[in-house]
Ligand binder design. Structure first.
Ligand code: SF4
Length: 441
């Protein structure tokens, strides 16, 4: 177990100088004990104390880097059990399994196409999991080479020690995830992972055996780890994932690593549902077999929702957006820079085949009515945005369309901008009818 706040406090300099951002050394000690601060924030800690406190100041869930190059990503560094307590830091990596018994190139090419654009962001899967189903080490190495030659995604290699050695000879330089060290092979697997500095999955048969095995591997000097409790049944996986996160946050160090969960199932709908549950419940990596977009997109969408910082709405840039090559007679629509607001307005305008200019007021990414209530979407901010962006220089009229939900802003906005204010529909879904019955009349 980690040190308590009081045990940490005994090692601190007790200057109460506040340079760490906390009012007292005791408050800083409590933050350290809760894993909410780093020891580096105090410039006065002695080397001896630093050594003693190292484990207490390490993050509850270690940060693990996966892969190399442009598609490398990180897992871990999580500090909360519930997203609303702060936020989840690193989205689950989605791994698609490819058997060395199938056409590896064809499947990898399918995986490469699983790229989706949502609310202006690009979302994709993260790993190709090459599996040694053939039991043939040479065939596995060939499959690993084919996968590596045909994708930029990091690899997850699933094989026994002998085949793993061959696979790592091919792909070790790109630091693939090595799956898995268990009670029967952990010394060989640790040696291989160490040689290539690759993340190593530790697989237990239950939580107790997992904790014991992690302790043995850490004693061998390797901490670049990912955890697999060994469970495959839905409720057991969720139970284990939850316990691992819970104990990690209590600084039970054997569980202080990201996890991997297997949703693999011959029924793709079941697989997609399982994977979604594991994304919601703490899995660092989720493995599936299907590479069909209709089963992967729901998992990616859920991941986007779960891993969005609740304190930071997704925003678009405050600027002029030109839809369908608008001419000088096109309408000018105003909304906020909340990404969903913008994309709804843009989508419904394009759907109506109406060329238009949209300007987005910087409301820190909050929606129209919330921004109005918060004093961020006001006649003044609208007028400032119209002026700053110079949007009226692009058109031959003096009309501005505001959202119907804030019709009350019309008078003052007209006064400040000198424009005719037209009140649009309350919801963007009403835009096609608005263009037809109001704007184009
Ligand atoms: Fe104490 Fe160090 Fe924080 Fe100063 S910076 S208050 S010495 S913990």
């Amino acid at each position: 177990m980690g040190l308590t706040g009081l045990e940490i406090f005994k090692q601190l300099p007790k200057k109460n100088c506040k340079e760490c951002g906390q009012p007292t050394c005791l408050a800083f000690a409590m933050q350290l004990a809760a894993g909410k601060a780093g020891l580096d924030a105090c410039p006065y800690v002695s080397d001896a104390a630093r050594e003693a406190l190292d484990s207490a100041s390490a993050p509850p869930v270690a940060l693990i880097k996966i892969g190399a190059g442009d598609k490398a990503f990180q897992l871990g560094n999580e500090t909360v059990l519930f997203r609303h307590d702060k936020r989840f830091e690193h989205p689950s990596g989605i791994a698609i399994q490819v058997s060395d018994n199938e056409d590896v190139k064809a499947k990898v090419e399918k995986i490469n196409k699983l790229v989706f654009d949502r609310v202006g962001q690009v979302h994709e899967v993260n790993l190709v999991a090459v599996t040694n189903d053939s039991g043939d080490a040479a065939k596995f190495a060939e499959a690993v080479k084919t996968a590596q030659d045909n994708t930029a995604y990091p690899l997850l290699l699933i094989a026994g020690a002998a085949a793993m050695e061959k696979g790592l000879e091919v792909a070790g330089a790109n630091k693939p995830v090595v799956y898995a060290a268990d009670d029967s092979n952990y010394e060989a697997m640790v040696n291989l992972a160490k040689k290539y500095e690759a993340p190593l999955v530790v697989k237990g048969s239950d939580l107790n055996s997992l904790a014991d095995l992690v302790a043995k591997i850490v004693a061998l000097g390797y901490k670049n780890l990912i955890l697999d409790s060994g469970a495959r049944e839905l409720s057991k996986v969720i139970g284990d994932q939850t316990q691992i996160r819970r104990q990690a946050l209590k600084l039970f160090r054997p569980f202080g690593y990201p996890t991997i969960a297997f949703a693999t199932n011959d029924d793709s709908i079941t697989e997609s549902l399982y994977a979604s549950a594991f994304v919601a419940k703490y899995a660092g990596i989720v493995v599936v077999k299907s590479a069909e977009p209709q089963y992967i997109l729901p998992i990616i969408t859920l991941r986007l929702n779960v891993y969005t910082d609740p304190q930071k709405p997704i925003a678009v840039e405050s600027k002029i957006y030109e839809l369908l090559n608008p001419g000088p007679d096109a309408p000018v629509l105003v909304t906020t820079n909340f990404s969903l607001s913008y994309f709804c307005v843009a989508g419904d305008t394009e759907g109506a085949r109406q060329p238009a200019y949209i300007i987005t007021v910087d409301t820190d990414g909050i929606s129209v009515l919330t921004a109005w209530a918060a004093g961020k979407f006001t006649p003044e901010t609208i007028a400032d945005t119209v002026k700053k962006l110079g949007v009226m220089d692009k058109v031959n009229h003096k009309k501005l369309v505001i959202p119907g939900g804030v019709a009350v802003l019309s008078g003052k906005t007209a006064e400040l901008t000198g424009l005719e204010i037209i009140v649009g529909p309350r919801e963007s879904a009403g835009l096609p009818s608005f263009f037809k019955k109001v704007w184009n009349q």
